[in-house]
Design a protein around this ligand. Structure first.
Ligand SMILES: *Cc1c(COP(=O)(O)O)cnc(C)c1O
Length: 477
């Protein structure tokens, strides 16, 4: 607290946020209200713990610590060293890894920077890499480019080639991938996805990579929580490098991790290449507050309760999938092995953008997504749904059935709105939905009230919802 000797120019350092900056506080309050009264179905999101938020908001944010434990460019790092060592140890434990076979760098700021650092470690500029194509569920950082433009650093600084899903099964087309690799001769094969509801054949991928003399890297950003809980195949069995975000199914703060093998012929070389790629090649000082939050989240991941959580996430996703299929809807691969389902709206004559918009108005957050065979990347024909966040709010199968019925009603309403709009334009569609007085407007409002009533029965991690008051200035639609 400020004392009688505190300089006037420093008094602001002690003033709580709500007092010094009610504008920012109000934005946080509105966002808290949105999360509390809404249903979060974005597959890449989750709700981190009170402990992770406390660590993230701690005084560790003040400290510079470029370098690695025991080898820093700044003094005063004895406790930060202890923290980073602890975080590494917990990361290996969470994924059941032997510290003589695997090492980990816990400094990446996010999944994208972790991936670029991994590419920097494994490749020379303009070396060739292969990753799952973006429209087939891959991630931007796996080499995405369009006919006109190299869209990401992974295609600007490297030569990339996408592999694809089989057009009939919508599973990874390993046979075609193998043929492509024979011709393209990648130095790096990347597996892992952002929108793929099934599991991976790491053994088969390793055979292809070995044949071509390529590294095999898994980016398990979406599924790492399920991997840690051993609910999915283990990429560490066959991959040389594994990257992940820490904020998706892993349920930690926003950051990334890079795991690297220590049992290869040139293992010391790989370890130092990864570490030097993170710093100084791609990043500066680590975010120690985030590393503390990762450490405490990984402690939770190693607890048996997390296994039960992961099992429930998958059970909920399966229930969501089977409910939608039961209503006659089409899902890519008609189901799921993990936390997400891909809903193909094209048979309904509806775009992903329109359902996303109606759901947004109702307080259900989802995202439009390409489904295999989409001709336009601008107007994706599907929706991606995930159950990680709802499961963190205690929802189980019966609750998910209610959520599925909301989605079903959202589709019916969207079809009606599309008819009323009298055009295919999103702009006209939104106008009908948001013009007060109309029947559709009333329906949207009614659904929103129902969603609010349902969602606010569930707790929200890190927030005392009992005393939560509706903040000023909420946007009506
Ligand atoms: C989310 C995601 C990333 C990127 O993570 P950010 O933290 O948003 O940078 C990378 N790879 C995959 C497969 C992802 O799903």
């Amino acid at each position: 607290m400020a004392t009688s000797t505190t300089q006037d120019f420093n008094k602001i350092l002690y003033t709580p946020l709500a007092e010094i900056d009610p504008v920012v506080q109000n934005i946080i309050d509105k966002e808290t209200w949105r999360q509390f009264t809404g249903l979060e179905l974005i597959a890449s999101e989750n709700l981190t713990s009170l402990a992770a938020m406390q660590a993230n908001g701690s005084i560790l944010t003040n400290k510079y610590s470029e370098g690695l434990p025991g080898a820093r460019y700044y003094g005063g790092n004895e406790y930060v060293d202890e923290l980073e060592q602890l975080c590494r140890k917990r990361a290996l434990e969470a994924f059941h890894l032997d510290p003589s076979k695997w090492g980990v760098n816990v400094q990446p700021y996010s999944g994208s920077t972790a991936n670029f650092a991994a590419l920097t470690a494994l490749l020379q500029p303009q070396d060739r890499l292969m990753g799952l194509g973006l429209p087939d569920g891959g991630h931007l950082t796996h080499g995405y480019y369009t006919a006109k433009k190299k869209m990401t650093a992974s295609s600007i600084y490297f030569q990339s080639l996408p592999y694809a899903l089989h057009p009939d099964t919508h599973l990874i087309d390993y046979e075609a991938l193998s043929k492509q690799a024979k011709v393209f001769k990648p130095r790096l094969l990347i597996c892992g996805a952002s929108a793929y509801p099934r599991d991976w054949d790491y053994k088969g991928l390793k055979e292809i990579a070995s044949r071509e003399g390529a590294w095999l890297m898994c980016d398990m950003a979406h599924t790492s929580g399920l991997v840690a809980a051993q609910e999915l195949n283990d990429p560490f069995e066959y991959c040389d490098v594994v990257t992940t975000t820490t904020h998706k199914t892993l349920r930690g703060p926003r950051a990334g991790l890079i795991f690297f093998r220590k049992d290869l012929k040139d293992a010391a070389d790989l370890e130092s290449r990864v570490n030097l790629a993170v710093f100084p090649a791609c990043q500066g000082g680590p975010h120690n507050n985030t590393i503390a939050a990762i450490a405490t989240s990984l402690l939770q991941v190693a607890d048996p309760a997390f296994k039960a959580y992961a099992k429930q996430v998958v059970a909920n996703a399966r229930t969501l999938g089977s409910e939608l299929v039961g209503e006659g809807y089409k899902l890519q691969t008609q189901g799921t092995d993990n936390h997400l389902v891909l809903w193909d709206l094209r048979p309904l004559g509806l775009t992903g953008s329109k359902l996303e918009k109606v759901c947004d108005l109702m307080g259900i957050t989802i995202n439009k997504n390409a489904v295999s065979g989409d001709t336009s990347a601008q107007v994706p024909g599907g929706i991606r749904l995930g159950t990680s966040a709802l499961t963190s709010r205690d929802m189980t199968e019966e609750d998910i059935k209610t959520v599925a019925s909301f989605l079903h009603r959202a589709v019916q309403l969207s079809l009606q709105l599309q008819k009323d709009a009298g055009s295919k334009l999103l702009k006209d569609f939104v106008k009908v939905a948001t013009t007060p007085g109309s029947e559709s407007y009333n329906k949207v409002k009614e659904l929103r009230n129902e969603v609010e009533g349902f969602a606010s029965k569930f707790p929200l991690p890190g927030v005392e919802t009992k005393n939560l008051k509706k903040p000023e200035g909420l946007h009506d639609f």
